[in-house]
Design a binder for this molecule. Sequence first.
Ligand code: 6GU
Length: 358
Amino acid sequence: MIFHVCTLFPEMIENACATSIFGRGMKAGHIRLDTVNIRDFSINNYNRVDDYPYGGGAGMVMEPEPIFRAVKSVTDGCEKPVRVIYMTPQAEILSQTKVEELAREEELVLLCGRYEGIDERVLQEVVTDYVSIGDYVLTGGELPALVLMDAVARFVPGVLNNEESSQVESLQDNLLEYPQYTRPEVWHGKPVPPVLLTGDHKKITAWRYAASRQRTMERRPDLMKKALQVTAMYTGGETAAKAAALLCDAVSNYGSVMDYNRNKLKKQILKLGPGDLAVFVAEDGEELLSAISRMRPGNTPCAAYLPASATEEEMEALCAGLTAKGFSVIASGFYSEEIDEEEASLLALALRKILWKG
Ligand code: 6GU
């Protein structure tokens, strides 16, 4: 990943990037940082890059031409079209989904403003994405750019080691992380929750899921309506089973997979609510629809996946069948015979973008 940062304070970016995990990722060659000093593209004497705002008012506005030239100096050297992100509080707030989307790019251009802002006309010409980091005002876009780069870098292959990688998925269920404990077993009279000492991983996962939900309820009740219980259900052979398992893992840390080839499951009446997310994977759409005929959705969102060999008509028929049953089909996609984690995460990202809109 190459980060190009256009700023009036390149040393602020360089210093912060040199340390810790980000610095290690740069040294190892996984991340490259290229700072561009907007002042080097000033078009007047005194290296001025700002001027008084038309219409009056306090503060200064950054002139369009130096910014245009600074950004152009970067994009001219890029082979593919590259996203230019303007850090501004007048924008959508950065989310984990957006971070993962940006991490799929090979290069990013980050534009940091100072003063009261940037002439609107150059923004219209060069900017592809507007990103804020929260509803508060900072003196410039440099700290937000660093926040974005740090969050994106975690998804760049090789940047995190194995231990650090296990943290990658923490926000994907829209739940806060569960509490953590280390030695000693009793500290200030407070014992570690006993289940964590049992070595029973099923129980530990269940405890952590419950603890995550409770913590989210207490601290971020607004997130709860986005915290869906994921169930992946499939019919068909090995590839469908594999696709269901991979998709389930890519969407949730706490999802479960159900094999609807089994008659026992087909006969059960499974009730689903609006807090569930059903992920259907079918080798054959009609077969799946008949297998889940006894399922009772209640305003339940779902996603439908068919093999790449299936036609658009088959997909339409499956989605129509699911809708008729009472599901709300929010996404659909085709999986390949060779589906792997990478493909599943791409399909899951598309689903999450629709589900949680950022
Ligand atoms: Cl991206 N820029 C500035 N200047 N202030 C902010 C911000 C960005 N996000 C939140 N506050």
